[in-house]
Design a protein around this ligand. Structure first.
Ligand code: MRU
Length: 343
């Protein structure tokens, strides 16, 4: 099995996802600042994995604080939390995990040493729960897939796999469950411009497990649907508003429109920790804008002429009406029924 975040030797080991698939390297993180940098530079990425990494980031930060006085300790810890919160704006799992860690810090009675111990236990719990959640999403998703044909071709966008979670994946968790139960013919992976998470990471994960995978450019998805090559779409999510509007990697919205036009079911697979019940709809979901170099440069090659402008939003919002169902660890819901699971 593939685990992008591992707690070992009193520190966190991260698979460096910026180097895959050409190099498999592991980065050792001992300090909260380095964890913040790893999230920002996408060494670790994918909403649930970012949440797990941030939880450990809070614990690592707590270890660096020398104050034994509660008030002083919490003030320092708030600074650590602020740093981690400033890394990436869209994936709500980041904020969810940090809030849970901070709640632990505020509510633990005892010495500062005891609070630190409790923070470590909470980070471990967030980590372990995410793995269980992904397996549950895989099982529920398998049951929700179209009954025919017997062997399905599933299209996915970006990487919502083991690399994007504690392990197993959300969208790729459904794919894995389908593969393990003989219901999967193959995966179509959109390359996912500009950072190519589909071509690099989803394809790599599938190859590791012998799951047949076809990589296409993003502009080929509608054509493949029109030709009858795709039976279902399953994607992950970075933030889901209370009405089911879903932010996910840029390009997801176009895939959803194309799926609707071809009467192909479009599923979002995500843990309930990805639902932001404070937002009634997707219009207020903060959308990260990244450096234009992701568009104009591939390796050392500059693709565009000088003196042009760029716009590089990293996510888009798919309206709930384009989503067939949302697959969570607690079951599969029509997007407008999510609120029954507010927690
Ligand atoms: O920018 P990234 O690579 O962090 O974006 C990842 C995605 O958009 C995923 O689809 C999403 O986080 C779900 S991961 C289970």
């Amino acid at each position: 099995m593939l685990y992008p975040v591992i707690w070992q030797n009193n520190s966190v080991s991260l698979i460096d996802q910026t180097r895959l698939p050409n190099e498999y390297t592991v980065v050792q993180i001992h300090r909260s600042e380095d964890m913040a940098q790893a999230i920002k530079t996408m060494i670790v990425r994918g909403a649930p994995a970012i949440g797990v990494a941030a939880a450990y980031g809070i614990y690592l930060g707590s270890r660096e604080i020398e104050a034994q006085n509660h008030q002083e300790f919490l003030e320092h810890l708030e600074k650590v939390a602020d740093l981690l919160r400033s890394t990436r704006p869209t994936a709500v799992n980041l904020f969810w995990a940090i809030s849970r860690m901070m709640k632990t810090a505020y509510e633990t009675l005892g010495t500062v040493v005891e609070i630190k111990q409790k923070l470590w236990e909470t980070a471990q719990a967030i980590h372990a729960e995410d793995l269980q959640t992904c397996h549950a999403i895989g099982e529920h998703g398998l049951a929700a897939l179209p009954p025919t044909p017997e062997k399905l071709t599933i299209l996915t966008h970006c990487n919502a796999g083991a690399l994007a979670t504690a392990g197993y994946g959300t969208a790729l968790g459904v794919v894995r469950s389908a593969w393990n139960s003989g219901r999967l013919e193959r995966v179509f992976a959109d390359e996912t411009r500009p950072r190519l998470q589909g071509a690099k990471l989803t394809a790599w994960e599938c190859v590791q497990e012998g799951i047949p995978v076809t990589v296409i450019t993003d502009s080929m998805a509608a054509h493949c649907m029109q030709r009858g090559l795709i039976h279902a779409v399953v994607v992950g999510a970075d933030r889901i508003a209370a009405n089911g509007d879903t932010a996910n990697k840029i390009g997801t919205y176009s895939v959803a429109i194309a799926a609707k036009a071809h009467h192909i079911p479009f599923f979002v697979a995500a843990p309930l920790s990805t639902v932001d019940f404070s937002l009634p709809d997707g219009s207020k979901i903060p959308i990260e804008e990244r450096h234009p170099g992701e568009i104009y440069q591939v390796g050392d090659t500059i693709l565009t002429p000088g003196a042009v402008d760029f716009y590089n939003p990293a996510f888009d919002v798919t309206p709930a009406e384009l989503i067939t169902a949302i697959i969570t660890e607690n079951g599969v819901f029509a997007p407008d029924k999510l609120t029954s699971f507010k927690y």
